[in-house]
Design a protein around this ligand. Structure first.
Ligand SMILES: Nc1ncnc2c1ncn2[C@@H]1O[C@H](COP(=O)(O)OP(=O)(O)OP(=O)(O)O)[C@@H](O)[C@H]1O
Length: 371
């Protein structure tokens, strides 16, 4: 004998389930009326009771699959800096991903990179980005920067792929030298937008490695910046002003002895946007640390600078030849003697010959503003 159900005795889930099912049945049957009317129909009582029991069981099972209140739900989100972090505030640990090839890129022919003997993890990053062959600036920079480990002054027009010309050597050396404590590469760029752009490219390239990169720019809250630095990144991409402030105040940046790469991107704009003083202070701090294997890569859209007049009586903007300008950049960047200059803006599209820089100047800043 089936017991009759009085809906007023039902609570919570059971009542909700009963009401939902009853409503569904009404619309299916074409009947109209509220819950009370349905319950007042004696002919349907037995059928309803049976269905109610089934429904209550169904709903209980459904709810048991949902996480209980208080369960920790880890969600990943990305903010405008492409900064992925857990909702809990803890950094997402970066690790080597399994070597499963994405079916969409698995068949890409990557053989054009073989001349550079890239580590598989780095090649995998390039594959994921679908960069199947180097651009001309990359093709010219990589042998010097990677195979000969030379310092570099490179110029090529905007959009020519300069970013990967310095990201690939950095990623390769990181993988080759393995995991170590401390900052391994610093990339300075003149604007927040450029920093974010470079950071995103570098992050993609490092995806299959154990190394991480963070952006350091003005406008990020102190709390967030600290959280990013707590990841102890191997690579930092920064505007000079913000990096200088952190350099003074951050424990992680006190030991720069592991710094193998210093990159200055768009050095021409760096001079024009008034970042030069901070950049010079950062570089002099780094250069005070002896590290023979440290490489400096300097890039610019052009090696022909706009002349900047100086506002001091008796001083006019100096007219410099292109070679003199190159020499100045080599000195500002602190490039070693056996550096290489590559200028793809030249009409012939061939690199300039090797230039050894030696300048006699007492006040570097004074010289720069005369460029
Ligand atoms: N090897 C490659 N194959 C295909 N695309 C590439 C390759 N290298 C870079 N790119 C793409 O070319 C575009 C320009 O690259 P990048 O931003 O590095 O140029 P850039 O010279 O640094 O320009 P900018 O001066 O604007 O920063 C980007 O969209 C980048 O994703």
């Amino acid at each position: 004998m089936i017991e009759e159900v009085d809906p007023s005795q039902l609570v919570g889930l059971e009542r909700k389930a009963f009401k939902r099912k009853a409503t569904t049945e009404e619309s299916e049957d074409g009947d109209e009326g509220d819950e009370e009317e349905v319950l007042a129909m004696p002919k349907k009582k037995q059928k309803k009771e049976k269905k109610l029991k089934e429904l209550v069981e169904e709903e209980k099972e459904e709810n048991s699959k949902k996480p209980a209140v208080g369960d920790k739900i880890i969600e990943s989100s990305e903010d405008e800096d492409g900064d992925a972090e857990e909702k809990s505030g803890e950094p997402v640990k970066k690790g080597k991903k399994p070597g499963i090839k994405d079916p969409e890129t698995a068949n890409l022919d990557m053989s054009a990179w073989s001349q550079f003997i890239l580590p598989p993890e780095v090649l995998e990053g390039l594959r994921k980005m679908r960069y199947t062959k180097p651009t001309p600036i990359q093709e010219m920079s990589l042998p010097a920067a990677m195979l000969k480990r030379q310092d570099l002054l490179g110029a090529a027009e905007t959009g020519s792929g300069k970013t990967m010309a310095f990201c690939i050597p950095i990623a390769t050396r990181l993988v080759e030298n393995g995991v170590k404590d401390g900052l391994r590469a610093l990339i300075l760029a003149p604007t927040r937008e450029l920093v974010v752009q470079i950071y995103k490219e570098m992050e993609k390239l490092l995806e299959f490695t154990q190394f991480s990169v963070i952006p350091v720019v003005g406008g990020l809250s102190q709390q967030k910046q600290e959280r990013l630095l707590n990841r102890k990144p191997s690579v930092i991409v920064a505007t000079p002003g913000r990096f200088w402030t952190l350099l003074e105040a951050t424990d992680y940046l006190q030991d720069l002895s592991q710094l193998d790469f210093v990159v200055i991107d768009e050095i021409d704009r760096m001079v024009e946007t008034g970042h030069f003083a901070e950049m010079e202070m950062i570089l002099s701090k780094i250069h005070a640390i002896e590290n023979k294997s440290r490489q400096t890569l300097v890039f610019s859209a052009t090696l022909s600078f706009v002349h900047i007049p100086i506002n001091r009586p008796g001083k006019n903007a100096m007219k410099l030849t292109k070679e003199e300008k190159i020499e100045k950049l080599v000195q500002i960047g602190g490039l070693r003697k056996q550096h290489k200059v590559i200028d793809l803006n030249e009409s012939a599209g061939t690199p300039s010959s090797l230039i050894e820089a030696r300048m006699n100047c007492s006040d570097l800043l004074d010289k720069v503003i005369n460029i």
